[in-house]
Design a protein around this ligand. Structure first.
Ligand SMILES: Nc1ncnc2c1ncn2[C@@H]1O[C@H](COP(=O)(O)OP(=O)(O)O)[C@@H](O)[C@H]1O
Ligand SMILES: O=C(CO)[C@@H](O)[C@H](O)COP(=O)(O)O
Length: 465
């Protein structure tokens, strides 16, 4: 019985699933934590991946492997294959000015035309520009630039610094896929090619970039076939078997709204990023910096766990008695407010209750994403149903309140690791040449209980920024 391994190296942790190729049945899984922080030494991802693989029964059982991972993170390597400095992650906002500089130099419309995206601090190109401007001695050492999933795939195949890996630093063996390449802001999903001029503009010189594999291509690993991997959102779309009409809302460290489409979507305002997907199509996407950790923070404030937070939130009325949380705890990416902080507003003596604060947290997290769903729809993307996934989607209050905040019917797939599952599907596709048709079960369809005043109050509070 052939088996595949799918990996999700996400912001907070590494998750591994082992699946049977024929049935899609989950055979084993593993998980290990990543350190906190917006810059991280990739060595931690490697350690966590090996721990998660060991928990899941080891790499040896796999006929094919694929790695999905957090997008955009800047991993810079020297000629020896060593990581030059800790990776700057997608949620590190220090390159906000670099993003503005690049837009001023290239032009907003030209940037979107060339790459599908308008740079914000999350994208790799802006991090390279920050490196050039703030750490020129490190920038000068850069021989290759890759993303978290590319680096882990390379290490899994046996490449790396000579003293840490059997095959040594063969930088030309780095590979990636279209979905993750499209989050760099120096790749065009429309022409499937890097825009080297933009790379050089950002970093100050040329560098080796991972070879972009097609959706069903693979490269050899030690004892297994390695599929191209993907950015985590594109992998989740594959894991959900998303088709036109499906819009996924993912509530992990980031909050994302994305849809699988056949045609490229460009948005000169920068609200919607025109990424590529993991099947040869496109993945228009809106991303917020503040999602599941908003609930973690407010649960901590109220001294409760996630289930108790849900009970409190569901004890309050829709609209939380006028209390509104605009949850920009980490700054924000959509809207582009990298230096913003969060605010509770609308508090009166009567409304300042624990249930209202809990509900305001859930409403605030979801409203930013409801605005994202509208932005995607405004670009002509069809939204017949919302698929709610990610760590916080398991929360009963999140599910109920999603039915009140979103204007499109919501379905909740059975709890699972859809990024790792998407990677497993990609591995099976590379192995057999057939896209798997494994089923995806829905476990909840929250009642459509529209309360447009929740979003209206939120948008009024957010407009004060
Ligand atoms: N029942 C729950 N209610 C709310 N948040 C939850 C719940 N279960 C997990 N989470 C949160 O979900 C997040 C992890 O989700 P995940 O999708 O794995 O994130 P990432 O992929 O960014 O690492 C954590 O912040 C965790 O506290
Ligand atoms: O920056 C984006 C998408 O553009 C994020 O979605 C990252 O890809 C991180 O994802 P999670 O760790 O939240 O899954």
């Amino acid at each position: 019985m052939a088996r595949v391994i799918g990996v999700d190296s996400s912001t907070q942790s590494c998750k591994v699933v082992v699946r049977d190729v024929a049935s899609g049945e989950l055979v084993a899984s593993g998980r290990a934590s990543h350190p906190n922080g917006t810059e991280v030494d990739p060595a931690h991802w490697w350690t966590a991946l090996n721990q998660a693989l060991e928990q899941a029964g080891g790499l040896e059982q796999a006929d094919a492997v694929s790695v999905g991972g957090q997008q955009h993170g800047m991993v810079v390597l020297d000629t020896e294959g060593r990581v030059i400095r800790p990776a700057l992650l997608w949620n590190d906002t220090r390159s906000a000015q670099a993003a503005l500089d690049l837009i001023a130099e290239v032009g907003a419309e030209a940037f979107v035309e060339r790459t599908g995206v308008l740079p914000v601090a999350s994208f790799t190109a802006t991090k390279l520009r920050w490196l050039r401007d703030h750490e020129p001695e490190n920038a000068a050492k850069v021989a290759a630039v890759c993303l978290p999933h590319d680096w882990l795939s390379w290490r899994l195949r046996g490449y790396g610094p000579a003293d840490e890996s059997p095959l040594g630093p063969q930088l030309h063996e780095l590979v990636t896929d279209r979905s993750d390449a499209s989050g760099t802001a120096y790749f065009s999903g429309k022409s499937d090619a890097y825009d080297r001029e933009l790379l050089i503009l950002a970093l100050g010189h040329d560098a080796i970039l991972p070879r972009v594999l097609g959706a069903t291509e693979s490269v050899p690993g030690p004892g297994f076939v390695l599929a191209p991997g993907a950015g985590d959102n594109a992998a989740a779309a594959l894991g959900l078997d998303a088709h036109p009409g499906d819009v996924a809302v993912s509530l992990g460290t980031s909050g994302t709204v994305f849809a699988a489409t056949d045609v490229a979507v460009g948005d000169a305002t920068g609200t919607v990023a025109g990424f590529a997907d993991a099947t040869g199509g496109f993945l228009p996407l809106v991303c917020t910096l503040n999602a599941a950790r908003v609930l973690d923070a407010v649960a901590g404030l109220l001294g409760v766990n996630h289930d108790e937070l849900a009970e409190l939130a569901l004890a309050a009325e829709p609209g939380a008695g006028g209390a509104v949380l605009v949850p920009y705890f980490e700054g924000e990416r959509t809207p582009n407010l990298p230096d913003a902080t969060a605010t509770f507003s609308g508090l009166t003596l009567a409304s300042t209750t624990r249930p209202n604060l809990a509900r305001a947290a859930v409403e605030g997290m979801l409203c930013g994403l409801a605005a994202g769903v509208s932005a995607v729809q405004e670009l002509g993307v069809e939204a017949k149903r919302i698929l709610l996934i990610g760590g916080a989607a398991a929360n009963p209050a999140v599910q109920t309140i999603a039915g009140q905040v979103f204007s499109v019917p919501v379905q909740v797939p059975s709890p699972g690791e859809y990024v790792a599952d998407g990677a497993a599907r990609q591995a099976a596709w590379a192995l057999t040449g057939q896209r798997p048709t494994w089923p995806v079960e829905m476990v909840a369809s929250p009642a459509v209980d529209s309360h447009p005043e929740i979003l209206a109050n939120y948008l009024a509070a957010a407009a004060r920024y």
